[in-house]
Design a protein around this ligand. Structure first.
Ligand code: ZN
Length: 297
């Protein structure tokens, strides 16, 4: 069994390697009136009744690695932010959410079925920013919309415990991921500013970092995580310093992943991310466009 941390009514089941992708960290909140799961990462499949008996799953956002336990809880209600809801309800919705080329979708579907027990929930319903769930006994959860990773990405704050589940604002060394169709670099920047203001004493990330209980540590980690975005902008400028590049050429050189690293979505995620950085650099006047090529201004 995985490592388990307890904070009052909140139980955190750490996934393999503290929830490093493809696993994640499972949060369960137990109130007198309901038991609630935040997301359902792979580790959900190794918990047993503590997970399988949940009444409600609140998804902080829609991605394959956060939906990997949905197949175990067909009777639980499932909710996601309205902007991510379609991606939970059907494969068509998830395809549009990823936004990868049609050619890679069969491999993507095969991967998420095989590795993540993919199980859409057409009956899932939507919630909005500020939504509150009362679990009885004063145990209260509030959603805080922090988009960028996906359009509907939210933190789920157990206000009664001062505990914030911040999902894929995961503070890992990889840095922020904004490679999908509904991702946004600009929204992610804004959300990183806002997540620092959450009223919390402990922060639970979905991946790798587990639980952080020291505010100074959290803020230092957040700063390092946010700095990855500027480092990526600098990396693109360094490529362009060598000479003009088209978008396809920049994708071949890689911004996020090491050259040669291959998963079905890698090229599309690189292209989406690079395009957003180029747009930002164009707006800042650091880069100019000549036909299909980009160059230093
Ligand atoms: Zn995600």
């Amino acid at each position: 069994m995985s490592d388990i941390l307890q904070f009052g009514p909140v139980t955190v089941y750490l996934g393999a390697k503290s929830g490093k992708y493809p696993d994640g960290n499972q949060v369960i909140v137990d109130g007198p009136d309901a038991r609630v799961a935040f997301d359902t990462p792979l580790v959900a499949n190794r918990i047993g009744a503590g997970f399988d008996d949940v009444d409600l799953v609140i998804l902080g956002h829609a991605h394959e690695d956060h939906m990997a336990g949905l197949h175990r809880v067909p009777r639980a209600r499932v909710q996601a932010h309205a902007a991510d809801l379609a991606a939970v309800q059907s494969w068509e919705g998830l395809k549009a959410h990823y936004g990868y080329p049609e050619a890679v979708m069969p491999a993507m579907r095969e991967m998420i079925a095989r590795d993540f027990f993919y199980h859409p929930r057409p009956d899932a319903t939507g919630y909005r920013d500020g939504e509150v769930w009362e679990l009885g006994g004063g145990v209260r959860i509030r959603a805080r919309h922090l988009p960028g990773h996906t359009r509907g990405h939210c933190a789920l704050v157990v206000e009664s415990e001062g505990l914030a589940f911040i999902g894929d604002i995961d503070l890992t060394g990889f840095g922020p991921y904004y490679g999908d169709a509904t991702s946004s670099l600009a929204a992610f920047r804004q959300s990183l500013a806002e997540v620092a203001e959450l009223d919390a004493r402990a922060w639970i990330t979905s991946h790798h970092r587990g639980v952080i209980t020291d505010r100074r540590q959290f803020l230092a980690d957040l700063e390092r995580f946010a700095a990855k975005m500027d480092e990526r902008g600098e990396k693109l400028l360094a490529y362009l310093r060598e000479g003009p590049h088209t978008l396809a050429e920049l994708v071949r050189r890689r911004l996020l992943y090491p050259p040669g690293f291959s998963l079905p979505y890698v090229e599309a995620a690189e292209e989406n991310s690079i395009r957003m950085h180029i747009e930002e650099l164009l707006a800042q006047g650091a880069v100019t466009q000549h036909g299909t090529a980009y160059a230093l201004a």
